[in-house]
Design a protein around this ligand. Structure first.
Ligand code: NAD
Length: 300
């Protein structure tokens, strides 16, 4: 088997379960040394347990790979720095950061509490920003020291909930759309250091999704295996993906696609009088492409 990530050092956040676990296992299969991060809390983020991260490390080691566990809360600034430092201390360098950790606290906007909003925004947005900042600073210094480019990869996790929109998830969708914007901006900023930045909007049957989308049939279980998501992450983590940056990949057992971002649609001459805008806006709305539905195609 060709091993795509031989000798590369990768951190996967939220890798104790679900999609992150598959990323960690497949990266290790492909020769990467992996820092398996997981806070180990409940689906809604409550609590902590390093057990799931240790279990994945044990699986990787049993298969002959190299891995260490990290129990940081990715949205904790100092703990996120500690995670980057741990990768360098254990394995001598860092090549790949996959920000995958996530929680859900779904609620209709009218009922959503401040705590439900804050928790989801913190884990997803700050939990992407904090590790990314510390990794980017490391890669900037590495690029400066060697003058060769870091040849590194930052891979974030978005969602069709964010890029297309899902009812009941204003908190989660706002965070995931924010991560899409973060990805595009970071890809422009970090190119100069030899770092690519992409995002994956995954689809898989995990504890986050098992009570959504109706009964769990054999077909749903097969297509929902998180192992379908891991190949694009492993390829993006490898040196083969050097020319791909600022992209949003949709990946599941049902689809592999690139989601295209916002583009300016119909335009009109600016006006200084709001009373004339009715027909102008109606004309633009009639000409504009409609928003996608949750499958990325159906019209809203
Ligand atoms: P999961 O619950 O199985 O795994 C997420 C892991 O993240 C858990 O093990 C959890 O302990 C860990 N985690 C949560 N908060 C953390 C924190 N602050 N610090 C460190 N670790 C933390 O869920 P999953 O479905 O595998 O989700 C992985 C990612 O994919 C999430 O970002 C999720 O939003 C995203 N996603 C999943 C789907 C899907 O279909 N499953 C769809 C779209 C997006």
């Amino acid at each position: 088997m060709t091993r795509l990530c031989e000798g590369r050092v990768a951190i996967v956040t939220g890798a104790g379960r679900g999609i992150g676990r598959e990323y960690a296992l497949m990266l290790a299969e492909h020769g990467a040394k992996v820092v398996v991060n997981d806070l180990g809390g409940a689906r809604d983020g409550a609590g902590a347990d390093i057990g799931p991260a240790h279990d994945v490390v044990a699986e990787i080691r049993a298969a002959g790979g190299e891995a260490v566990a990290n129990g940081a809360d990715v949205s904790d600034w100092d703990a996120a720095k500690g995670m980057i430092d741990q990768a360098v201390a254990e394995f001598g360098r860092l090549d790949v950061l996959i920000n995958n950790a996530g929680i859900l606290r779904d609620r209709m906007l009218v009922n959503m509490t401040e705590a439900e909003w804050d928790a989801v925004i913190k884990v997803h947005l700050k939990g992407t920003f904090a590790p990314s900042h510390h990794a980017a600073a490391y890669w900037r210094d590495l690029n400066k020291a060697t003058g060769e480019g870091a040849n590194a990869r930052l891979i974030n996790t978005s969602s069709v909930s964010g890029i297309y929109g899902n009812v009941g998830q204003t908190n989660y969708g706002a965070a995931k759309m924010g991560i899409a914007a973060f990805t595009i901006i970071a890809s422009r900023e970090l190119r100069r250091y030899g770092v690519t930045v992409n995002a994956i909007a995954p689809g898989a049957l995990t504890r986050l999704t098992e009570d959504l989308g109706g009964p769990i049939t054999e077909e749903r279980r097969r297509r929902g295996d998180p192992r379908w998501v891991a190949p694009i992450a492993v390829w993006l983590a490898s040196e083969q993906s050097a020319e791909v940056s600022g992209r949003m990949f949709e990946a599941s057992g049902g689809v592999l696609a690139i989601a295209e971002g916002w583009h300016r649609g119909p335009t009109a001459e600016p006006v200084d009088d709001p009373t004339v805008l009715g027909p102008i806006v109606a004309d633009m709305v009639a000409k504009a492409r409609r928003n996608a539905g949750m499958n990325g195609m159906d019209l809203d």
